[in-house]
Design a binder for this molecule. Structure first.
Ligand code: PMP
Length: 743
């Protein structure tokens, strides 16, 4: 028997085994009694006075009748509610409350309503209690948060974070505290004090922070901790609030300040921790989550969120303010700019593979291939900011960043590609590429693949059947020659050992009697439907054009920088293009694009006319481009993308066993497509189903989109930091979506 076990036996008359538990101020332990029951032993420091201990006792005694389990006091053998030890500390024994912490139970959002109701029940039960003694230096009173945060805000050195706290403080200062009813509350219904068992709320523990304060603090604190690490924090909070309101009173004044008190509680938590030097490792996870929630909420539309929470609390706000963004957009932006989703979303933040909307809702991004090394990548952002502070100008001067970038990009390419130009977009890169091949060959005609897309300029629309053959398109120009899409699902003859020669025969027919300047082609056509051409077919297209003296432009705008399992997609087929164009991921969202070519073509283009590009190749873009390359190396984008992509491809292929609508699954690295059909034999496109899947996934917090000439291919091309857990979640959401939409 240990000393502590002897103490429990002597003082409380209970024989049991002592297991220590974590505690910030108190010494806590679990006592497994030989009577088969379990207890919590708490030894509090000597400075905790008797009046405070009696107050805590009265809270526990009063709350005991509610539906949810709470700790009850086990008296000492002398019938006292605690014992004072020789060193002045006090020993308390309570009944053990079963369950695991909400935070350890995976934060189940479906318990939010129940937790809100329990919060209300606690408030009701202890409403009549008299205030306990003041605890000097107490940091967790929301009715004093302005002072508590204000005294500590200087510990936040990061200016971005400091701005978040200042904002929380400003909103807090505007609260009319006098209008809020006061009473005794638990005051710490956090994600460790709310216990869960068998998928239901099982208990509430730790009444040690109970104080008299504004009554709504109880609900605001419960909301705060339930909102941490949720995909839809505001949705969870509204459930907590409606649960609370189903049992307890909530005035309009209280409902109206809920968001501001949530922000104040988050700000208290992070500033108290920062002022203590952020020492307690036990708290760093919840601190990271607190910052994450603060950032998401503040990036959003705070007034609209406040209104959502107030409305859940029964306070009628000013409905109608919501749709202004959409109306403003319609009245100011060109109507041909498209918007995703039946109900468009306002995206205001991003981090890694996640995007956040104006209500703090988190979406798993499976489609934005531009932010290759993650949304809001700090290293890339810092590179751009730092270079902007020093210099940004055009390429008429020597600059080391630009040359360093050129050297690194050329280093990733085959040796014969040894000259490059920096431009601002994929379209601009392809536009310049076409000028290069036309100038070098002295010819005009261009060859492209059916359903291809290469950019938004006049010339590029003319070589993009995806556009010129679609609504609003002017059809094919005489100088354009279209080879078939190398799609082995729709044209099975292209598959297999004779596929290349079959394709070559068709290409020769199309190109008979032509003298093309060049072919513009993606090795893995994107807008064409995330096509993975069979081996030999792309080579046949290259050969057919080259046999007629034409040059080849490899459009790597979508596929480049390691997305598809090799650094450049053309490497997959051992192709040797004459020009390579790059865009989208090059600047991780900053407008940076590249044209690489041969010495001979670059020389031919130097025909006396200067090529000038105001923004192309500026030092800021080059610094950003270099930072992106650093991140690609650091994150091992090619290796990681291949591993996660293979796992995703395999799981998606298995979906086809269960869902007949899955006609084809294809992909390379993190560049995948799921083609949906109404019936496998006819391959009739399931366009409506594809739209339904994308909408369903969005409702689950997963962003996807559709592509392909028949608008029936779910395309998947996430930021390359997408991981295996994200892949598994995506597959299960597509699985559910198909089940829901086809039943
Ligand atoms: N080429 C391909 C293959 C593309 O997918 C795109 C854009 N979707 C472009 C070129 C044009 O790039 P940007 O939109 O940057 O002009």
């Amino acid at each position: 028997m240990t000393d502590r076990e002897r103490l429990v036996a002597d003082v409380f008359g209970i024989a049991g085994e002592y297991t220590p538990l974590p505690g910030e101020i108190d010494e806590n332990a679990k006592i497994t009694g030989s009577d088969g029951r379990t207890y919590l032993l708490r030894i509090s420091p000597p400075e905790t006075d008797g009046a405070t201990l009696r107050f805590r006792q009265s809270v526990l005694d009063t709350v005991v009748g509610i539906d949810v389990a709470t700790p009850t006091v086990i008296p000492t053998v002398d019938g006292a509610t605690w014992a004072t030890l020789d060193d002045g500390r006090t020993a308390h024994l309570y009944s053990w409350v079963d369950g695991i912490a909400y935070s350890d139970a995976g934060r189940p959002p479906e318990l939010a309503h129940e937790i809100g109701a329990a919060t209300g029940a606690i408030v009701n039960a202890i409403a009549g209690l008299r205030a306990g003694p003041q605890t000097l230096g107490f940091l967790w009173d929301l009715s004093d948060a302005g002072r508590i945060i204000g005294e500590r805000v200087d510990s936040i050195e990061n200016p971005r974070r400091r701005r978040l706290i200042d904002l929380a403080l400003d909103r807090y200062d505007a609260i009319d505290l006098g209008a809020l009813p006061r009473q005794v509350v638990h005051n710490d219904l956090n994600d460790e004090n709310i216990l869960v068992r068998d998928g239901a709320l099982s208990g509430v523990i730790d009444f040690g922070d109970a104080i008299e304060t504004v009554r709504v603090a109880e609900l605001a604190i419960a909301c705060t901790y339930m909102m941490l690490d949720q995909d839809d924090p505001v949705g969870v909070a509204t459930d907590v609030i409606s649960g609370y309101r189903s049992v307890a009173p909530l005035t309009d004044a209280e409902a109206g300040v809920l968001l501001d008190l949530v922000l104040a509680r988050l700000a208290t938590s992070v500033t108290v921790s920062a002022s203590r030097g952020g020492a307690n490792p036990h708290h760093t996870i919840s601190e990271d989550l607190a910052w994450d929630l603060l950032e998401r909420l503040v990036a959003g539309d705070l007034d609209a969120i406040a209104e959502d929470l107030a409305a859940a609390g029964g306070c009628v706000g000013t409905p109608g303010a919501r749709r202004t963004d959409l109306l403003d957009r319609r009245s100011m932006l060109g109507p041909s700019l498209s918007l995703s989703y039946a109900e468009p979303i306002t995206i205001v933040g991003g981090s890694g593979q996640f995007l956040f909307d104006d209500r703090g809702r988190r979406y798993l991004d499976c489609v934005n291939n531009v932010c290759h090394v993650g949304h809001g990548n700090p290293a890339v952002a810092a590179a751009g900011a730092n270079q902007s502070l020093v210099l940004n100008t055009n390429t008429r001067y020597l600059h080391p960043e630009v040359l360093r970038y050129a050297e690194r990009i050329l280093g990733t390419l085959p040796d014969h590609l040894d000259r490059m130009f920096l431009v601002n977009s994929g379209s601009e890169a392809n536009e310049l590429a076409i000028r290069l091949v036309r100038t070098a060959t002295g010819r005009t005609d261009m060859v492209c693949l059916d359903h291809g897309y290469h950019g938004n300029t006049s010339t590029l629309i003319d070589v993009s059947p995806y556009k010129f053959n679609a609504p609003g398109g002017a059809g094919k120009r005489d100088w354009v020659h279209v080879l078939p899409s190398p799609d082995p699902y729709r044209v099975p003859e292209f598959d297999g050992p004779d596929g290349g020669s079959r394709y070559r025969t068709l290409a020769d027919q199309v190109l008979a009697d032509t003298e093309p300047a060049g072919l513009i082609v993606e090795a893995l056509p994107g807008c064409g439907g995330q096509i993975i051409p069979p081996q030999g077919v792309s080579n046949a297209a290259y050969d057919a054009v080259r046999a007629r003296g034409g040059l080849v432009i490899a459009d790597e705008v979508q596929t480049g920088f390691g997305r598809t399992g090799t650094f450049w997609a053309f490497e997959r087929y051992g192709l040797e293009p004459d020009v390579v164009t790059m865009g989208k991921p090059a600047g991780n969202g900053h407008p940076l694009a590249v044209v690489a070519t041969t010495h001979a073509i670059a020389e031919a283009f130097d025909n006396g006319m200067e090529y000038f590009n105001t923004f192309g190749g500026n030092p800021v873009s080059a610094a950003i481009g270099n930072a992106v390359l650093d991140e690609i190396e650091r994150l091992d984008v090619v290796g990681h993308g291949t591993n996660v992509g293979d796992r995703l491809l395999f799981s998606l292929i298995r979906l086809a066993d269960r869902h007949h609508a899955v006609g084809d699954v294809r992909g390379a690295g993190l560049y995948l497509g799921v083609e949906l059909v109404e019936e496998r034999r006819s391959k009739h496109p399931a366009t409506t189903l594809a739209r339904a899947v994308v909408e369903y996934a969005k409702a689950q917090g997963v962003l996807l989109s559709i592509d392909g000439p028949l608008a029936n291919v779910i395309k998947i091309k996430p930021p390359m930091v997408f991981d295996s857990a994200n892949a598994d979640r995506l597959v299960s959401v597509i699985d559910e979506a198909l089940a829901a939409s086809t039943s």
